[in-house]
Design a protein around this ligand. Structure first.
Ligand code: CP
Ligand code: NVA
Length: 307
């Protein structure tokens, strides 16, 4: 039966562990996997801009011996020119997998329900699973473990934050989330993460105090204050989020060797200072690189092994 990747919540802890193990092998030995997806094609549908997601998926398919094609918003005009269901059913006759970056998470679910090939969420307003998987791979690569690691996410309780919460809960990593009042992750996501955490030992803290969140943390993570589609709110958000900037001063409360993470693109001078972005603690470009390796593992699992 075909498998999709729509939310980390849908993956078991074992599936996540297997993906991380395969990613490490792919990163170590590129040549060994050069023909694994020979003859396969991946379609990428974008309703929003992208650098990392688009390039890493396209390069990943190429490195695995397959092909990819990128469909810009005006080409497919999803849901306007044709229904999502009909796009999904048509593409399923041509390609072996579909990546979709969209506004409403429901579009991912509708695409997955109608497609007969695997569908991968390349970012929705609710989640960004490929990013969070690359992130936990990066943490494990740097710190050699996830259990007993505390990641502090400081900023908007957005799609990236939701996926990090589920990833932490599933893997036993601890996570503290600090957001301004009204910008915390939804109660539903927190409740569901806490339920999952009960079986893995992950500790989850939700706070409005960034200093409290980063205290003793080994990893500090942030993302833009206004996500794609919220650009008109940026001025309002700049004043609401001003105390949530990742600065050297805030990091003084974290572990001395703290890893600084950001999914990118970063708005330097807003959610993160230049000084921190360019410091020796920053692993943001390792994260970006690991998008390639983790997505190659995802593609192998979904396009080859689960079909
Ligand atoms: N982090 C991330 O998804 O980057 P892009 O928006 O450039 O794809
Ligand atoms: N939260 C950001 C992530 C970008 C990769 C957004 O949705 O725009």
């Amino acid at each position: 039966m075909k498998k999709d990747l729509i939310s980390i919540k849908d993956l078991s802890s074992k599936e996540i562990g297997d993906l991380l193990d395969l990613t490490a092998k792919l990163k170590r030995n590129k040549a060994k996997f050069a023909k694994v997806l020979s003859g396969k094609t991946l379609a990428l549908i974008f309703q929003k801009p992208s650098n990392r997601t688009r390039v890493s998926f396209e390069v990943g398919m190429y490195q695995l011996g397959g092909n990819s094609l990128c469909l810009a918003p005006q080409e497919i005009n999803l849901g306007v020119r044709e229904s999502i269901k009909d796009v999904a059913r048509t593409l399923s006759r041509y390609v072996d997998g579909i990546v979709i970056r969209t506004f409403e998470h429901k579009n991912c679910l509708d695409m997955a329900a109608a497609a007969s090939v695997p569908v991968i969420n390349g970012l929705s307003d609710f989640s960004h699973p490929c990013q969070a998987l690359a992130d936990i791979f990066t943490v494990k690569e740097k710190l050699k473990k996830l259990k007993d690691v505390t990641l502090a996410y400081v900023g908007d309780g957005n799609n990236v934050c939701n996926s990090l919460l589920f990833s932490a809960a599933k893997t036993g990593m601890n996570i503290n989330v600090a957001s301004p009042k009204g910008y915390s992750p939804s109660e539903e996501v927190v409740k569901s993460s806490l339920e999952i955490a009960g079986s893995t030992g992950s500790k989850i803290m939700i706070t409005e105090d960034p200093v409290c969140a980063v205290s003793g943390a080994q990893v500090v993570y942030t993302d833009v204050w206004a996500s794609m589609g919220q650009e008109d709110e940026i001025n309002k958000r700049k004043s609401i989020f001003k105390d949530f900037q990742i600065s050297t001063k805030l990091l003084a409360n974290a572990s001395p060797d703290v890893l600084v993470m950001h999914c990118l693109p970063a708005h330097r001078g807003e959610e993160i200072t230049d000084e921190v972005m360019d410091s020796k603690n920053s692993v943001v470009f390792d994260q970006a690189e690991n998008r390639l390796h983790i997505q190659k593992a995802i593609l192998i699992k979904l396009l080859k092994e689960s079909r």
